[in-house]
Design a protein around this ligand. Structure first.
Ligand code: BGC
Length: 480
C-alpha cells in the first residue's frame, strides 16, 4: 500500500497506554513529536542525543581535518582528503550544446542526454539498476555494464554517429590529477569491485567502450556528485557555494580559494582563477578515533558488520545506507530490555537490513497522535495489534536517529560556512534522506543557525547531478 506524505498536525497526548512499564510516563515538551516517553526509553537513546557543545567540538575537529586535507605537507596522511576537483568555473548561463552524462554512485546508474541552451536545459535520461553481484564483482564487469547501458541509450536516441562530450559523475573518493584523470582511492556505499582501487577510472571507462567498438565518446570531465549538485544549483542560483549529498552516501564540496588548494597539480589548473571546487570526502571523518566521544554502541555495531570496517565513520552515522539499520539496532535493544512490544521481537526486526531507511521517514511522517504508517511498517515486519504507546516509542527512536544525522550534517555545513566567512551562501542539496525525510530541512535550518553566525540558504537540487555533469563537460569542452 502507498504511504503518503502528510504534514504534521499539532501535538497530542497519546491516550492508549495499555502496556505501561511500571515507571510513570513523562511528557517531554522540549522534544517535539513525542507525547509520552518512559525514562528507560529515553535513557537507552541518550547517547544518540547530541548537545550543542558536542556539535561545536565536532566542528573544531572537522575544521582541523579539512585543513590537514588541503595542506600539501599533511594531505597524504590526512583522513578528510579535500580532493582538488579541477573545476574552477561556476556556470554563467552561456553554456550551450548537447552533452552525455553518466551517473554512478548510488543504488542506480543513470545515463543522460542534456541539452543546454542559455538559461534553459532539457534532459532525457534512463535509469539502470546495478545488481549487487555487479557491485561486488570485478571492475571489468562493472565498466562493461556501464558501457553497454551507454551504448543502448545512444542507439535508442540514434546518436551513434555523433561524438558527444561526456561528463562522468563518479561518486566515490577519487584522487584527481586533472579534469579527466582520477584514481579511485576506496570504494564506499556497498561497492567493492576488484581491480579498480588505484586505477584511473576514466581510462577504465574508455577501455570498456573501445572493447565494444560500437560507440564513440569524448570524456571531458570526471566529477563527484557533490560537484555536480553544486554546479547544477549554481546554474539557477549564483550564490551556491556548497554542494551537499545526504543520500545513500554523505559528502560535501565547496568553493575554496585557489591558493588554498595546495595539492592541485601545477599546469593542470589556472592559478590566476580565484576559485577551486574542493571535494571534501568528509564521510571518512572520524577514522583514527577523533569522533570517539560521540560514537555509540550502535555505530560500532554498524561499522563492525559493514564491508568497510573502521572506514567512513561520519558517513555511517548519517547516510541513508545506514540510518534504517541504526534505528533497527536501537529498537532491538529496547525489545531485549522488555521496553517495547512487551519484550517480543518480530523475527524480521532481528534481521540486519530489514528496517529500511525509508521507514524512518515514513514513520516520522505520521501526523501527531496517529500511527498509520508506523502500524503498516510494523505489520510488514510481522507485528500486528501494536499499542499507541509502542508506536510512539518506535517513532521516538526514529526521530532520535534522524535528528542526530541532521545535527551532524548541520555541524558539517556550519564548519564550511565558518571557513568561508561569507553571508548568503546557498547550499545546494541532493540525496534521498534530505529529499524525503519530513523534518530534515527544518532541523538543519534551525541547527546551522545556532551553530554559526552567517546567513545561508538550503536549496534542494531538482535534477540530480546530471545537469551538473553536463555543465562541467560544457566548460571543459569550450576550453578545449
Ligand atoms: C562517497 C562520495 C559521494 C557520497 C555521496 C560517499 O560514499 O565517498 O564520493 O559524494 O558518497 O554519494
Amino acid at each position: 500500500m502507498q504511504r503518503f506524505v502528510v504534514a504534521y498536525a499539532t501535538r497530542m497526548v497519546s491516550k492508549d497506554d495499555t502496556r505501561s512499564p511500571n515507571n510513570t510516563a513523562v511528557r517531554i515538551d522540549n522534544e517535539p513529536h513525542h507525547s509520552f516517553l518512559y525514562p528507560q526509553i529515553r535513557d537507552a537513546c541518550k547517547d544518540l542525543v547530541l548537545s550543542d557543545d558536542q556539535l561545536q567540538l565536532v566542528m573544531q575537529k572537522l575544521t582541523d581535518e579539512i585543513n590537514a586535507g588541503l595542506s600539501r605537507t599533511t594531505h597524504d596522511d590526512s583522513v578528510v582528503k579535500c580532493f582538488t576537483t579541477y573545476v574552477q568555473d561556476l556556470p554563467n548561463g552561456t553554456e550551450n550544446g548537447n552533452f552525455l552524462a553518466l551517473d554512478l554512485g548510488g543504488t542506480n546508474f543513470r545515463v543522460l542526454l542534456i541539452t543546454l541552451e542559455g538559461q534553459k536545459s532539457d534532459m532525457k535520461s534512463k535509469i539502470y539498476a546495478i545488481p549487487q553481484s555487479l557491485m561486488l564483482g570485478t571492475g571489468t564487469q562493472l565498466f562493461d555494464h556501464i558501457a553497454q547501458c551507454l551504448a543502448l541509450f545512444i542507439k535508442d536516441l540514434n546518436l551513434q554517429n555523433e561524438i558527444l562530450p561526456l561528463g562522468f559523475t563518479f561518486s566515490f573518493p577519487l584522487k584527481q590529477y586533472g579534469l579527466t584523470k582520477g584514481n579511485l582511492v576506496r570504494w564506499t556505499k556497498g561497492f567493492n569491485c576488484s581491480g579498480v582501487i588505484g586505477e584511473n577510472v576514466v581510462a577504465l571507462l574508455e577501455e570498456a567502450i573501445s572493447r565494444r567498438k560500437d560507440v564513440k565518446i569524448d570524456v571531458c570531465a570526471i566529477l563527484n556528485d557533490t560537484t555536480g549538485t553544486l554546479m547544477s544549483c549554481a546554474f539557477k542560483n549564483q550564490n551556491c557555494r556548497i554542494g551537499l549529498i545526504v543520500g545513500t552516501g554523505f559528502n560535501a564540496c565547496y568553493v575554496e580559494k585557489t591558493k588554498n588548494a595546495e595539492c592541485a597539480i601545477p599546469g593542470n589548473y589556472d592559478k590566476n582563477k580565484a576559485h577551486m571546487l574542493i571535494n571534501t570526502e568528509w564521510g571518512a571523518f572520524g577514522e583514527r578515533g577523533v569522533l570517539d566521544f560521540i560514537i555509540t554502541e550502535f555505530d560500532r555495531a554498524i561499522d563492525e558488520n559493514s564491508i568497510n570496517p573502521t572506514k567512513q565513520l561520519f558517513e555511517k552515522m548519517i547516510s541513508g545506507m545506514y540510518m534504517g539499520e541504526l534505528a533497527r539496532l536501537v529498537l532491538e535493544k529496547l525489545v531485549n530490555a522488555g521496553l517495547l512490544f512487551g519484550g517480543k521481537c518480530p523475527s524480521d526486526l532481528r534481521k540486519r537490513g530489514k528496517f529500511f531507511t525509508k521507514y524512518v521517514s515514513e514513520i516520522e511522517n505520521d501526523p501527531k497522535g496517529r500511527y498509520t504508517n508506523c502500524r503498516e511498517i510494523l505489520a510488514e515486519l510481522g507485528l500486528r495489534n501494536v499499542s499507541d504507546q509502542d508506536c510512539e516509542n518506535v517513532r521516538y527512536v526514529c526521530s532520535v536517529v534522524s535528528r542526530r544525522a541532521a545535527h551532524l550534517v548541520s555541524a558539517g555545513i556550519a564548519t564550511l560556512l565558518n571557513k568561508m566567512s561569507e553571508d548568503n551562501v546557498t547550499v545546494g542539496i541532493d540525496g534521498s534522506v534530505y529529499r524525503f525525510h519530513p523534518h530534515f530541512h527544518d532541523l538543519m535550518t534551525a541547527k546551522i543557525s545556532e551553530l554559526q553566525p552567517y546567513k545561508f540558504d538550503l536549496m534542494l537540487s531538482h535534477d540530480g547531478s546530471g545537469r551538473g555533469a553536463a555543465l562541467v563537460a560544457a566548460v571543459a569542452s569550450q576550453r578545449r
